[in-house]
Design a protein around this ligand. Structure first.
Ligand SMILES: [Fe+2]
Length: 255
């Protein structure tokens, strides 16, 4: 049984499932890929989509009803992928932001793909002060973090957690992103693997494949660590964190 913490399965709300039919198609595919519990995490405030908390909770209940009708053995939980912005704490107070399963314990945070905003540390700090642990999604795909891995180390040191995308781990986004994913895992800066599935095609449910790759490279214990962390989030408990190590960039050609 696998738990997926991040995907875009809700019908017609973002760039994920187009309609109920494709939503149910994704659900069947997820089940076929061994996933039985899944967080629906639509984009929030990424410049294109809003998807407020109450709307997502309502939609998730609707989809769960359809899943039961269709006898698809999958349970969906509400969540949100929040694009970081300076007034995130205000959005949280205004009940627009939705933590994972609305438990006020974990929040999926997305950075812009090209850089790390200057106020990121402040947002992480404010969330932690409120008892909410931010989970930075797909840091391995952020251009500035790839260039300067020290920035990610600092965020993890500060108490942020990270979620790598399964497709990155198995090389679907290219060699550079795969190799950075490996570095993040090796240096104990990764806490979760999730699919970030948008469809049943190119951005599908590759969680099992990613775990198999991780087991082959790092041993079964590392896979179990990621699986246990996902279970802990589902249960609303606190996760155990391994001490992160800094990633040193190779100074090729200098010495
Ligand atoms: Fe996503």
């Amino acid at each position: 049984m696998l738990i997926d913490l991040h995907c875009h399965i809700l019908p017609g709300v973002d760039d994920g499932a187009l309609d109920l039919l494709s939503c149910l198609d994704m659900a069947n595919t997820a089940v076929g890929a061994g996933i039985n519990h899944l967080f629906a995490t639509p984009h929030h405030m990424n410049g294109q989509y809003v998807n407020k908390k109450e709307e997502i909770i309502f939609q998730v209940a609707e989809v769960n009803r359809h899943l039961q009708q269709e006898k698809i053995p999958l349970t969906i939980y509400p969540g949100q992928e929040v694009r970081i912005h300076q007034h995130l704490m205000i959005s949280l107070e205004m009940e627009e932001v939705l933590t994972l399963n609305n438990r006020e314990k974990f929040l999926l945070i997305e950075l812009p793909s090209g850089y790390v905003p200057i106020y990121t540390h402040e947002v992480v700090y404010e969330l932690l002060m409120k008892g909410i642990t931010p989970i930075i999604v797909h840091p391995e795909r952020n251009r500035e973090l790839i260039e300067d891995p020290q920035l990610l180390y600092q965020l993890v040191q500060q108490g942020a957690l990270t979620q790598l995308t399964s497709g990155s781990v198995i090389g679907l986004f290219g060699k550079k992103i795969k190799s950075f994913s490996e570095k993040i895992i090796e240096h104990h800066q990764a806490h979760f693997i999730a699919t970030d599935a948008h469809n049943v095609g190119s951005r599908g449910f590759t969680l099992q494949e990613a775990y198999e790759t991780i087991t082959k490279t790092y041993g079964i214990d590392r896979t179990l660590y990621f699986k246990e962390n996902a279970q802990t989030v589902l249960d609303g408990q606190s996760i155990s964190i391994k001490q992160p190590m800094p990633i040193r960039k190779k100074l090729l050609g200098i010495f």
